[in-house]
Design a protein around this ligand. Structure first.
Ligand code: GUN
Length: 282
């Protein structure tokens, strides 16, 4: 019998803990934890994500400041804003919502975020620290997955973990976190020769592909833990994950649903990272 890992419930529980961290910070330091969010352009999905991030700040007692830049903002204007926020002592975290409009150079802009304010964990310094198992700010979605495993006392130590997807935001940091937690890690991607055979070896299977119901029951080992990072639309426009949940679930010991799985944890981990960044900055 499989067990569902309820990301919504865990996120609610964690948000209460984060709110307590934020309140303690305010009491001790005389100011609120602060997060600056930059949204450039009119991407509708990004607008929803940013709105949810601002809402989560309100819920947890973090002071948010949102900066909405027009679609035709210049690289210089964006960089000037980031530099201003970098120097602002009341700002603990800076988040530039991606993707940026095509004419902007995201790499150059993100490089201006000081490592200690990089609450997305995207900077080369934070990724380098993660790769060498040092304390750092960790990308929110994979960090949320680790919290979900922890919540069920699932230890990756000695397990075979297979991550399907090698994106900078999810797949790569996910693989590093699992490796740091002593799993034997395989990263699969579009050029993997025999994806099914690789997936079938997984004790912990993380799907971060971006294709609706891509992981089917024949790719999953009996008793596996299956984590679905997908946020896809099926042929009827219905929200679904990268895992064919209905057919896969009966093979699993644990599985995450979509919606209500990894999704709610991502923003929660952003709030968490912002509090951690604040406390480390002093
Ligand atoms: N766009 C999609 N996911 C993310 C994320 O985690 N952080 C940022 N900054 N942009 C995103």
């Amino acid at each position: 019998m499989y067990k569902i890992i309820d990301g919504k419930q865990l996120a609610t529980q964690m948000r209460a803990e984060i709110a307590a961290m934020a309140a303690k910070f305010k009491e001790e330091r005389g100011r609120q934890v602060g997060l600056a969010v930059i949204l450039a352009g009119n991407d509708p999905a990004s607008a929803i994500y940013v709105r949810n991030k601002i809402k989560a700040c309100e819920e947890t007692g973090i002071k948010s400041s949102a900066f909405y830049l027009p679609e035709d903002v210049t690289q210089a204007q964006l960089e000037e804003l980031i530099l201003r926020l970098a120097a602002d002592i009341t700002v603990d975290g800076i988040l530039v919502q991606l993707p940026l409009p095509a004419h902007l150079n995201a790499d150059r802009a993100l490089k201006l975020i000081p490592t200690e304010k990089d609450v997305d964990g995207f900077s080369e310094e934070n990724i380098g620290k993660l790769a060498t198992n040092k304390e750092c700010l960790v990308a929110c979605t994979p960090n949320g997955v680790m919290k979900m495993l922890e919540s069920q006392n699932i230890s990756p130590r000695g397990k075979r973990a297979v991550v399907v997807g090698r994106s900078d935001i999810v797949g790569r940091p996910m693989a590093l976190l699992l490796l740091n937690a002593d799993a034997t890690v395989t990263v699969c991607h579009s050029k993997t020769a025999d994806l099914k055979a690789e997936c079938l070896r997984a004790d912990i299977l993380v799907a971060a592909i971006g294709k609706p119901r891509f992981i089917t029951a024949d790719m999953v080992k009996e008793g596996a833990v299956v984590i679905d990072v997908g946020m896809d639309r099926d042929e009827n426009g219905k929200l679904c994950g990268d895992v064919d949940f209905e057919h896969v679930k009966d093979k699993c010991s644990y599985i995450t649903p979509v919606p209500g799985g990894v999704g709610p944890m991502t923003i929660t981990m952003l709030m968490y990272n912002t509090c951690i960044a604040a406390s480390r900055r002093g």
